[in-house]
Design a protein. Structure first.
Length: 223
């Protein structure tokens, strides 16, 4: 199995681009934020303990996410999946070391790290405007892609929901944590010549055009 890291601040479009990568390569999308939210929904005790940190926009314990990543990777390997897209991990320098070990132990090669760069004001709008349908999962944005009827899904009319950490105060905190703890991770991979940065502004399609050639090249050369 091989891995790539999709890197970038909250709201940079990692989830959207990951979905397209999944479709193109048949890889699996492993987002630590999603794993934590699933664990919370299942009332998993360690995740419940981390809930307040998530609500505040802070990072949860490295051990907790490390354990979730290990477990998920083992599951994917046993299913014979060819590749995995890591999203939201590693998020600080300690997690880089943990990931090195996790990948080495499993002989999983790292194809590369793709970082999406987006300016803060656009990130705030993308996150504060983000809504989703709890029934069909469709995503909207109040500024860029609003539903036809305010607050309701175009597809099934369900009331749209907002993630608890997508409020302005928590968004600012997430961006601060990103700058202070997560951004330094980029320099580590840059020093290892494994980092490629791409402009993350514009529509999902525009961003996709910028990244697909890069990932194609990785799979040709290193896959
Ligand atoms: P974002 O849109 O802020 O990138 P995510 O869905 O990736 O949101 O993560 C939501 C929250 O889950 C984070 O604010 C943090 O509390 C927690 N989290 C996710 N990944 C990690 C990680 N690798 N290390 C620590 N905390 C994490």
């Amino acid at each position: 199995m091989k891995a790539m890291i999709l890197f970038g601040p909250p709201g940079s479009g990692k989830g959207t681009q990951a979905a397209r990568l999944v479709e193109r390569y048949g890889w699996c999308h492993l987002a630590t934020g999603d794993l934590l939210r699933e664990a919370l929904a299942g009332r998993d005790p360690p995740a419940l303990e981390a809930q307040d940190l998530m609500k505040a926009g802070r990072l949860v314990a490295d051990e907790l996410v490390g354990q979730m990543v290990r477990k998920k990777l083992d599951q994917l390997r046993s299913e014979g999946r060819g590749g995995v897209i890591l999203d939201g991990y590693p998020r600080n320098e300690a997690q880089v070391g943990h990931l090195d070990t996790i990948l080495n132990e499993r002989s999983i090669g790292l194809l590369g790290v793709l970082a999406l760069e987006v300016e803060d004001e656009l990130l705030v709008k993308r996150l504060a405007g983000r809504r989703s349908c709890p029934t069909c999962g469709r995503g909207y944005n109040l500024y860029f892609d609003p539903p036809r009827t305010s607050g309701r899904c175009d597809h099934d009319g369900a009331d749209l929901i907002c993630r608890p950490d997508d409020n302005e105060q928590t968004i600012r905190e997430r961006l601060r944590v990103y700058r202070e703890q997560t951004r330094p991770v980029m320099e580590v991979y840059a020093r290892r010549s494994q980092l490629t940065t791409v402009a993350g502004g514009g529509s999902p399609k525009e961003v996709w055009r910028r990244i697909v050639g890069i990932v194609d090249q990785w799979t040709d050369q290193r896959g």
